[in-house]
Write a protein that binds this ligand. Structure first.
Ligand code: PMP
Length: 353
């Protein structure tokens, strides 16, 4: 290796789910929402004058921050927005996890946590989930540099009750605890209200899943004024203009339509509950999911083979070649029609076994 290469900060990047280029695929591999954003989003974008793009956006994104603050009944000073929750969480790692002690997260979880920890040279310790893929709050009573976990967890879909999340926050008041609620709107119990009680709690959510806007890249965090100030200071030391003008407009429009939001979440939840029954009928097992995906294992068929055969039929699901979960498939809840096609394809594949 050349000398200059020794000095380079090297990282092993996160691998996102495949984004196939061809049309006519059933895409159940990246937990996107199969429904369009609220009608007001298209309207807001259509009403934008291209000429305004000459000007930098509002660095405080106050229109979007204000809309989120109103919706969740918090002061705008307790809201931080970013380019997807990935941006918000990456910024949070950089800001809050600054100790020689390891941060804690589950062994089976969002694999980006490990990537950020490595990139920022943050020591970490992965806490094994129980046999049934549960987070046991008692495992997080340790002298540590911070805690992060998704609730519901990904890729398992398993949710932790709010009082159990609180137990983890209460027992770690000397460090920052981040609860990644990317999938909370599909049936989990949010701990947003606990951010009033615990200054060290940061709750992160996204517009990518329950608000159908993965392509727009909007995420946010709610926490104490103190945490949000530290986070903003870091952001302004990095890039003042993370939120572009269309994101601010479209995001505010999405928040404004609560009826659409609730209706679409209810639709996903009802399709998920029906899909659980369909999976069970076909010999699949899974821990109960409160997210917009189900993490399934078949009683006899191998996950990798099912993944490949489904792909051959233009149906994309997610397979993780990782310890403990290499015989599971994570299947995003699509429309009922997409799920019917998935089950028909599975019937054909399983009949050949
Ligand atoms: N957290 C979890 C647990 C996720 O699964 C995802 C989606 N990949 C994210 C955060 C990031 O989502 P986004 O950046 O689209 O908000």
């Amino acid at each position: 290796m050349r000398f200059f290469e020794d000095q380079i900060r090297k990282v092993t990047p996160y691998t996102p789910g495949e984004q196939p280029k061809m049309q006519d695929v059933i895409k159940l591999n990246t937990n996107e929402n199969p429904y369009p954003p609220a009608p007001g989003v298209a309207e807001a974008l259509n009403n934008m004058e291209a000429d305004t793009l000459r000007l930098y956006p509002d660095p405080t994104a106050s229109k979007l921050v204000g809309a989120i603050a109103d919706y969740y009944h918090v002061e705008p000073s307790r809201v931080f927005v970013g380019v997807g929750s990935d941006d918000v969480i990456a910024m949070s790692f950089l800001t809050f996890f600054n100790s020689d002690k390891p941060i804690l997260f589950p062994d089976i979880s969002y694999s980006f946590y490990e990537v950020w920890a490595d990139a920022f040279r943050i020591p970490y310790h992965k806490i094994p989930l129980t046999e049934t893929f549960q987070i046991d709050p008692r495992d997080y009573n340790a002298d540590c540099g911070g805690v992060i976990f998704p609730n519901p967890n990904a890729p398992t879909g398993v949710a932790l009750a709010a009082d159990q999340v609180e137990q983890i926050v209460r027992n770690n008041q000397n460090t920052v605890v981040i609860v990644d609620e990317a999938y909370i709107d599909f049936g989990g119990e949010s701990v947003l209200s606990l951010t009033e009680k615990y200054e060290n709690l940061l709750v992160v959510q996204t517009f990518s899943k329950s608000r159908q806007m993965a392509g727009m890249r909007i995420g946010f965090a709610i926490g104490s004024e103190k945490l949000i100030k530290y986070l903003s200071d870091m952001k302004y030391s990095f890039n003042s203009y993370t939120m572009n003008r269309p994101s601010i407009e479209a995001g505010a429009a999405a928040i404004a339509d609560d009826g659409y939001f609730r209706g679409m979440c209810a639709k996903i939840i009802s399709t998920r509950e029906w899909a659980k029954k369909e999976f069970r009928k076909r010999g699949f097992e899974f821990a109960d999911s409160k997210a917009n995906f189900i993490f399934v294992r078949h009683k006899s068929a191998q996950a990798r083979e099912l993944f490949t055969k489904l792909r051959g039929k233009n149906i994309f699901v997610r397979y993780f070649d990782q310890p403990r979960i290499d015989n599971y498939l994570r299947v995003t809840v699509g429309t009922e029609e997409q799920m019917e096609k998935l089950f028909t394809a599975l019937d054909e594949i399983l009949a050949e076994q």
